[in-house]
Design a protein around this ligand. Sequence first.
Ligand SMILES: Cc1cc2nc3c(=O)[nH]c(=O)nc-3n(C[C@H](O)[C@H](O)[C@H](O)COP(=O)(O)OP(=O)(O)OC[C@H]3O[C@@H](n4cnc5c(N)ncnc54)[C@H](O)[C@@H]3O)c2cc1C
Length: 227
Amino acid sequence: MLAGRAAARPGTGYEHDPEAGAEAQGQQCRQEQHLRSDRQVGDGGCAGSRFCWARGPSARIDEWRVGNRPVSLDTYPLIGWGPRENLYLATGTYRDGFHNSPLIAKIMADDLLGSSDRYEHPFVPTRAPFSVMTAQESAAETAYHTASLAYEASLNWPRFWSHDALPRLFLQSPQKMYEDLGEPYGLSPDLVRLLARGARSNDGPDRDAYLRVKSLLQTRGVTTLSD
Ligand SMILES: Cc1cc2nc3c(=O)[nH]c(=O)nc-3n(C[C@H](O)[C@H](O)[C@H](O)COP(=O)(O)OP(=O)(O)OC[C@H]3O[C@@H](n4cnc5c(N)ncnc54)[C@H](O)[C@@H]3O)c2cc1C
């Protein structure tokens, strides 16, 4: 779920484009007018209508991204106003978007309608990523996940080889990544496997993604549970 630039955010003075024209947009105009004239929208006149926050003759598409299990850098959801004006995000739910959807819908509706009875949560999109483990724990967990994946893919390991030899083998790549990152905080093992590939590549999309994450961690740091 993503509401674009033209979202009618209470209190931001969203301007309607009178040239927009079409019949459907006429309906939108009335609803947006309603939002603008009564920013609290206490009577819920626009609630349930996607036209309130899904249009925009002035909207510009910068980039399209598509994924079946949309995931954020820390694997926790992104719910709330984004870094740009009038951008609202409700995504990043990864494998849990269905069962969380009733609560996410309530949070989103309350935010868009300016409700005073808001559900407090830490998942604002502009946060620094959460870290719930150390780099060392993350590297070890990543190695364990990777070894499990190998068994799931029918790996046959000779009986007389130690059961922990495989995780130890897979530990090297995440450990090297964390050495390069120089961060004491750990990322989710689900992402470390992908990022570690970028850490050891010379170029290509994996490398680009890794470097973006590295730069983001250096500039914004992480949020730990004790913060
Ligand atoms: C196989 C599978 C099983 C899952 N099982 C579960 C489960 O059991 N329980 C659970 O809680 N979660 C489950 N999930 C995760 C859940 O589906 C996601 O977390 C959730 O759907 C993400 O919601 P979203 O709104 O961010 O993205 P989406 O649900 O992907 O919604 C994005 C929407 O945007 C539309 N769109 C994309 N590009 C454009 C564009 N340019 N213009 C207009 N529209 C566009 C898409 O068509 C889509 O409708 C599962 C996911 C998968 C893939």
